[in-house]
Design a protein. Structure first.
Ligand SMILES: *[C@@H]1O[C@H](CO)[C@@H](O)[C@H](O)[C@H]1NC(C)=O
Length: 407
């Protein structure tokens, strides 16, 4: 049984890799995504401006040549002369992108709600996502285009986005991260030159350690060594948005895991997920990521570390000057940096034991919001997230910017 699963998985990924660079990849639920993509390719035009919010596209270039899209969103009602509020940078999770903050109605989506409150909203899109597919010399078909993990998202992508926003707004920045967006925020904040530009951070489903992850789906992939298989086969881009994507899930859901409710088996049970919006969500998610990133995350699960990418002892020695990859030291984050964290009792990815581990290593004492019935995606698209989560988050940010004229 196990062997046949592996064989199917390999087949699926080989097939996936052949079409992964193909922009006409077929949507999991038909082809509405293709229609939208061919009409217009900017996030502002597709999802934000249609709701009446002013939105502008910005591009930043990383030290290693990636061209990342940032969107700047402001309030529907604000006039041009009105001073903008403090900047907030939104950092999405794995296999997501900046669209994740705008997928529900304006009254329920954090990106819109922050703009309504007068914040100067900046939407991050990490390398590899559909909005940040550019590079000065590489194409998505090159294997080097996918030669990164969340380490580079923290140390290159964030290291460019945050100073860029600071240079335009001349203000310290509030950061909001979800899931992988919290991994890269916390890793980046261990760097003093980034931390000094950040006013405060609000983390939804905070993750650094992944040792106690309980997602059946993820643990199954870890035990199958799917990450190593993929890399060994020379596959670099992970793109589940392909006609083979569903087969990947089928190969993992072979009876040992009940995948009738696929989302639940990945994220834990979500209390407040609106099933009627799945078609819309699937027009945007999932976004691609790299096979190396998946491997890095699985290393964290296997080794219980919050460290740089493990290349094996020889290359580690060459790159890092030591046998094991250096850990990101959370105690390097300034004690004075205010944190707010929200986490859920049904979240199978951000486990409470792992969050406690993170809290123990941080010098500062975050404000915490615990929601017993919340799963991993409730924090992004939950129908009651505004009352349960976002109102508290905004109150936290406002408590650090009392003097602002807009707030
Ligand atoms: C769920 O989604 C549907 C379809 O978009 C929408 O009409 C409905 O208002 C949503 N329900 C809630 C509680 O937000």
């Amino acid at each position: 049984m196990a062997r046949s699963v592996v064989a199917v998985a390999i087949l699926v990924f080989v097939s996936a890799s052949r079409i992964s660079g193909d922009s006409s990849a077929v949507d999991l639920l038909g082809n509405s995504y293709i229609r939208r993509q061919s009409l217009d390719s900017s996030l502002c035009a597709q999802l934000i401006q249609p709701s009446g919010y002013p939105c502008s596209e910005h591009t930043v270039q990383t030290k290693d040549g990636f061209l990342l899209a940032l969107q700047r969103v402001s309030s529907r009602t604000g006039n041009i002369r009105q001073q903008r509020g403090p900047p907030v940078l939104l950092l999405h999770g794995l296999f997501m992108a900046g669209d994740a903050w705008f997928l529900n109605s304006p009254e329920k989506s954090l990106g819109f709600i922050l703009a309504d409150h007068g914040f100067d909203v900046w939407v991050g899109n990490v390398r590899g996502t559909r909005w940040s597919h550019g590079h000065i010399s590489l194409s998505v078909k090159d294997k080097d285009f996918w030669d990164w993990s969340w380490q580079e998202l923290a140390l290159y992508d964030l290291a460019e986005m945050i100073p860029y926003i600071n240079s335009i707004t001349n203000s310290k920045i509030f950061v909001v991260g979800h899931s992988q967006g919290t991994i890269i925020s916390l890793a980046a904040l261990t760097q003093p030159d980034i931390a000094e530009l950040v006013e405060a951070a609000a983390l939804l489903c905070p993750i650094t350690y992944l040792e106690h992850i309980s997602s059946r789906f993820v643990l199954r992939m870890v035990h199958m060594h799917l990450d190593q298989m993929i890399l060994a086969m020379g596959i670099h881009q992970l793109n589940f948005r392909s006609e083979w994507g569903i087969s990947i899930f089928d190969s993992i859901c072979d009876g040992r895991i009940d995948c009738n409710d696929l989302l639940t088996s990945i994220t834990g049970e979500n209390c407040c997920f609106n099933n009627s919006r799945v078609d819309l969500y699937l027009e945007y998610e999932p976004h691609p990521s790299s096979a190396k990133n998946l491997h890095h995350l699985f290393q964290m699960i296997r080794e219980g570390t919050f460290s740089m990418y493990d290349y094996g002892i020889l290359k580690n020695l060459k790159l890092y000057g030591q046998l094991k990859p250096p850990a990101f030291d959370l105690s390097n984050i300034p004690k004075s940096l205010p944190f707010w964290m929200a986490y859920g009792g049904n979240d199978d990815l951000a486990d409470m034991i792992d969050i406690t581990h993170t809290l123990k290593e941080l010098l500062s004492t975050p404000e915490l919001l615990y929601l017993e019935n919340y799963g991993h995606v409730d924090f992004i698209v939950g129908v009651t997230a505004k009352e349960d989560v976002y109102d508290h988050l905004i109150k936290f940010f406002k408590s650090w910017k009392r003097s602002s004229s807009v707030m």
